[in-house]
Design a protein around this ligand. Structure first.
Ligand code: NAP
Length: 298
């Protein structure tokens, strides 16, 4: 029997683990893929107080090592179900806990165009820092208008011979600072008011077609397309123990509690105003503190 099971080892989950372990609780973390969550894809983090600049992977590794050092048990198993009586099911195992924190974050939004699955790993990528190096000296494109797309385009501009930044609007959702930096790069071309219309090539991606707001279609030859069009939640498996809003995010009464006693929420998977690293670690610390306090009361 664990005191606390944390589902998801991103910044929110890792912070929950840090607080629970420091309160001397027996903690199990269950992670489907890799520790660190979305932040491992960030080439540079510059808005985490106290750290001027660090790679997302390095920061996530520091968080992970910190909880490993104080005794977290982590298992790389995908959770498939949580029961009301706080039994967590994975494909091959079941774990009983006194309390559970769901901190599963979000997953990358797909383009939803034909051939998307066919080209994954063959020119289509959702992670510029993971795959950018394969396209050194080649022409590539980035799709999106948030900070991820802007940072990806900046990162790739230093590797690729040319970067097309394709965004469906005239203006960007991401920070102006990055937009300015990109305008200064000679090898970055902005393709605005445009969306991806098709992905083409025999085995590997060879060219994309974009469609603008006047329905004009343009062909762009690229060796790779990096998709950075935001994230979507993945909470359906928890429907029996939590309430989910119309966009798929978990509803809470006060930012922490769910409809099931002893099951708490932290991080990007919940309905919230701002999804950032700083808010994720804040959520993680609050969820663990509340869970521990209520465990004590029981
Ligand atoms: P995001 O901020 O949600 O931006 C997603 C972008 O993709 C938007 O520009 C959106 O267009 C566009 N988009 C959405 N669906 C689309 C579709 N179906 N087709 C084409 N375009 C589509 O996502 P993000 O950039 O991944 O960032 C997520 C969060 O992480 C944000 O809070 C961001 O600030 C944060 N972040 C921070 C840093 C950092 O501070 N270092 C780095 C990366 C991310 P519209 O503009 O039209 O909505």
């Amino acid at each position: 029997m664990y005191d606390l099971i944390i589902v998801g080892a991103g910044p929110a989950g890792l912070t929950s683990a840090l607080y629970a372990l420091r309160a001397n609780k027996k903690v199990l973390m269950l992670e489907a893929v890799c520790y660190g969550g979305q932040i491992v894809n960030a080439n540079k983090v510059e808005n985490y107080p106290g750290i001027e600049e660090i790679s997302g992977y390095e920061l996530a590794t520091k968080m992970y090592n910190q909880v490993k050092k104080i005794g977290v048990e982590i298992k790389y198993e995908k959770v498939i179900k949580i029961d009301e009586n706080k039994i967590v099911h994975t494909k091959n195992n079941e774990y009983q806990s006194k309390a559970i924190i769901i901190a599963t974050g979000v997953k990358k939004r797909k383009l939803n165009v034909a051939n998307e699955e066919k080209f994954v790993g063959k020119g289509l990528s959702y992670c510029a820092t993971c795959d950018g190096n394969f396209y050194k000296g080649k022409e590539v494109a980035v799709n999106g208008g948030g900070n991820t797309a802007l940072e990806d385009a900046l990162y790739l501009a230093n590797l690729a011979s040319k970067v097309y930044l394709i965004h469906r609007r005239e203006t960007f959702k991401g920070e102006e600072k990055y937009v300015k930096e990109l305008h200064q790069k000679k090898n970055v071309e902005f393709v605005l008011n445009s969306s991806i219309n098709s992905l083409n090539g025999d085995e590997e991606l060879e060219y994309i077609e974009v469609i603008d707001k006047n329905q004009n279609i343009k062909r762009i030859n690229v060796a790779a397309l990096f998709v950075a069009i935001g994230q979507v939640p993945d909470n359906d498996i928890f429907q029996n123990v939590v309430e989910i809003d119309e966009n798929g995010y978990i509803k809470t009464s006060d930012g922490v509690h769910t409809k099931t006693k002893g099951i708490y929420i932290a991080g990007d998977c919940k309905k919230k105003e701002l999804r950032q690293l700083t808010t994720a670690v804040g959520d993680g610390s609050i969820a663990a503190t509340v869970a521990i306090k209520e465990m004590r009361e029981i």
